[in-house]
Design a protein around this ligand. Structure first.
Ligand SMILES: *Cc1c(COP(=O)(O)O)cnc(C)c1O
Length: 488
């Protein structure tokens, strides 16, 4: 007989955690369409309704449970079908389980001995994705987001041209320039600034009427910069632009880059997940010609945030560029092959384990499960576009390229008027007003934005494959109903 008795503290904590899980099940995981997406409060109201203050003494468990309840109450339910605000949505049970597991283990992936399973798992996932991209692809990183991946690419592009900057710094460099389309992700500019390249040295290449980079403009602008004495270090091409979902003509861009010996980075944060779909993979044709690329499984593939991959063709460059060999962590006399200590090729030290939830979802669904997820979403986007085109109270902004459906709601006075852009100033005010009503109701969260000379428009884009055609009809009817009431 053992005289083991649970320590009261452990019992108390166990009870507490079980209660938390109950709460999450009831109020987050198993919500339905009848629940609101959010309970909107202004910042001033929320300050009053929520106990943000921190005190000398701790609260008891009942109070803590209440704090959790309120946190959920006033937070946005991004797993709700009508959260259509960003390039992530949905709540995958296997992804969530994966996230819970790694959070419980509190893993940090840098050396094999502290993260044996996750280290090998990262290697397997990176190798498999590389294999799906092309035979020459060799290495990669898990990143805290695609933005960071874009920054990493610019850094590597510069390092390849000037390997001694690792020791000497950037003081002796000429003016460097980077090219990206005018519809590229803003992180290109941010990281150009961060790296000391400067935002002004990110040259915007013009896009055509559907949002694709115009290669002739790229060539002209490269020549202009070369004539002006600048050194071109990278071209960033986007596969799946954030707003319109356009795909830059990658093969033609790659040809320019090869001719000029310039690093080609492909930002496929949003479009890259398509590698899983036989039906739609062709949108990525040519991706293998890049030097580096990013894919965000937390976007199209609905892996919980964050899960972002940076891949690179040159198998040595990450180590050459980033390794430092800190001897308190990457000791040279370990009892196993230190090649398994992957951490030194990263800029981060401690690092969250993002691989597991992706790997686990992959195990649960198989590649074919990701493919059908994608195909379902693409069908839904097609249906959405068809409905917009069929109705006189809506108009497409430009032809759909991917899952992004960019559209205007047209108040009565703008219907059947031909070129709606002649009424841009009025149209510009429509989407924000409708959105404000939807958010205050908590019914639908749908994003909008202007683009180039185009006035504000809505962007429908879902990564939640439980959305149905009925939901699409509901969303359009809901917008129309609010619009009719607002714009008599
Ligand atoms: C979302 C997005 C990014 C940035 O990814 P984060 O993970 O949000 O940092 C970069 N490029 C494109 C095209 C994107 O859509």
């Amino acid at each position: 007989m053992s005289d083991f008795r649970p320590v009261p503290e452990v019992e108390k904590h166990g009870e507490f955690l079980r209660e938390v899980v109950e709460l999450l099940f009831k109020n987050v995981v198993f919500t339905t369409r009848r629940d609101k997406v959010l309970l909107w409060q202004t910042p001033e109201e929320l300050e009053k309704q929520f106990d943000f203050g921190l005190k000398q003494h701790g609260d008891d468990q009942e109070k803590l449970i209440n704090l959790l309840r309120n946190t959920i109450k006033f937070s946005v339910k991004t797993g709700h079908p009508y959260f259509i605000n960003q390039l992530f949505s949905g709540l995958d049970p296997y992804g969530l389980a994966g996230q819970w597991l790694t959070d419980s283990l509190n893993a940090s992936v840098y050396t094999y001995d502290v993260a044996p399973v996750f280290t090998l798992m990262e290697t397997h996932v990176l190798a498999e994705i590389c294999r799906m991209i092309g035979p020459e692809w060799g290495d990669g990183l898990f990143c805290p987001g695609g933005s960071y991946g874009n920054g990493t690419a610019l850094h590597l592009a510069r390092f390849r041209r000037y390997p001694d900057i690792k020791q000497k710094g950037v003081g002796h460099l000429p003016r460097l320039v980077v090219f990206a389309s005018e519809e590229c992700h803003y992180s290109v500019h941010k990281y150009a600034a961060f790296l000391g390249i400067g935002e002004d040295n990110v040259v915007s290449v013009r896009t055509n009427e559907v949002g694709e980079m115009i290669v002739e403009d790229l060539e002209e602008k490269i020549q202009d910069q070369v004539d002006a004495g600048a050194v071109v270090i990278a071209v960033v091409a986007t596969l799946g632009t954030t707003v319109r979902g356009a795909f830059d003509p990658i093969s033609k861009i790659a040809e320019v880059c090869q001719r000029r010996d310039v690093w080609l980075h492909v930002d496929a944060a949003w479009g890259g997940g398509l590698i899983f779909s036989q039906k739609h993979r062709s949108k990525l044709n040519g991706i293998e010609k890049a030097n580096s690329l990013i894919i965000n499984p937390h976007k199209l593939l609905a892996v919980p945030q964050q899960c972002s991959l940076f891949l690179v063709k040159d198998k040595e460059i990450l180590h050459r560029c980033f390794s430092r060999g800190a001897e308190y962590l990457f000791q040279k006399d370990k009892h196993y092959d230190k090649a398994y200590d992957v951490g030194d090729k990263y800029l981060q030290c401690g690092r969250k384990c993002d691989v597991f939830k992706f790997w686990f979802m992959w195990k649960a669904k198989g590649s074919s499960g990701f493919a059908s997820h994608i195909d379902t979403l693409m069908d839904l986007a097609e249906y959405f576009e068809r409905q917009v085109n069929n109705r006189c109270d809506f108009a497409m902004v430009s032809e759909r390229q991917y899952m992004n459906v960019c559209f205007w709601y047209l108040p009565r006075y703008l219907r059947g008027k031909g070129d709606v852009l002649r009424h841009s100033p009025q149209l510009h005010k429509v989407a924000p007003q409708i959105r404000a009503v939807m958010v205050r109701h908590g019914s639908v969260m749908l994003g909008y934005q202007p683009l180039k000379q185009l006035p504000n428009f809505f962007r429908f884009v879902s990564q939640n494959s439980s959305l149905t055609r009925k939901d699409v009809d509901f969303i359009l009817d809901h917008i129309a109903e609010i619009g009719d009431a607002l714009f008599k």
